[in-house]
Design a protein around this ligand. Structure first.
Ligand code: ZN
Length: 154
């Protein structure tokens, strides 16, 4: 079987042999190499997962969209989000799982038109990483908002 040329979830180009999973690991590697660029780690992990919703359970996807809203639109810091959500997500209180399981796999109601993917972030290189991830997070936020608005109209 021939491997796909583009990602079935986010639409990123895989023709250079790099999958989204490979790029996710590349970005983690960069963050390990230069700890100062890890300031955007929370956004990178969220963007990667939100563009691959099948990694999440349905509840996990909902929760993570809310988290992205908090970071991008409401200027919440990762520390603040952690503190605020500690109650909600502590394992004793949480009756749902973040990651996908056979009976609950995250999905969007309709295909989302992503304008940027991890392929763009990786292509721009480690020196632009912090800026690129910020732009990526904004683009993911905008794409999800646009889809919500289209849903509201239909
Ligand atoms: Zn992808």
């Amino acid at each position: 079987m021939q491997s796909p040329e583009t990602c079935p979830e986010c639409g990123a180009d895989w023709s250079d042999g790099q999958t989204c999973q490979d790029r996710f690991h590349q970005m983690l590697f960069w963050e390990a190499e230069r700890p100062e660029i890890g300031v955007v780690h929370h956004l990178m992990v969220l963007c990667h997962h939100l563009q691959h919703p099948s990694l999440y359970s349905e509840d996990g996807l909902r929760y993570s969209r809310k988290l992205l809203d908090d970071f991008v639109a409401n200027g919440v810091t990762p520390e603040e989000a952690r503190r605020r959500n500690r109650e909600a997500v502590s394992s004793e209180n949480r009756h749902w799982k973040v990651t996908a399981r056979p009976d609950s796999v995250g999905a969007y109601e309709r295909p989302i038109h992503w304008t940027m993917t991890s392929a763009d972030v990786v292509a721009r290189g480690i020196d632009n990483y912090v800026h690129s991830v910020g732009e990526w997070a904004q683009s993911v936020y905008d794409a999800l908002r646009a889809a919500d608005e289209a849903d509201a109209r239909s």
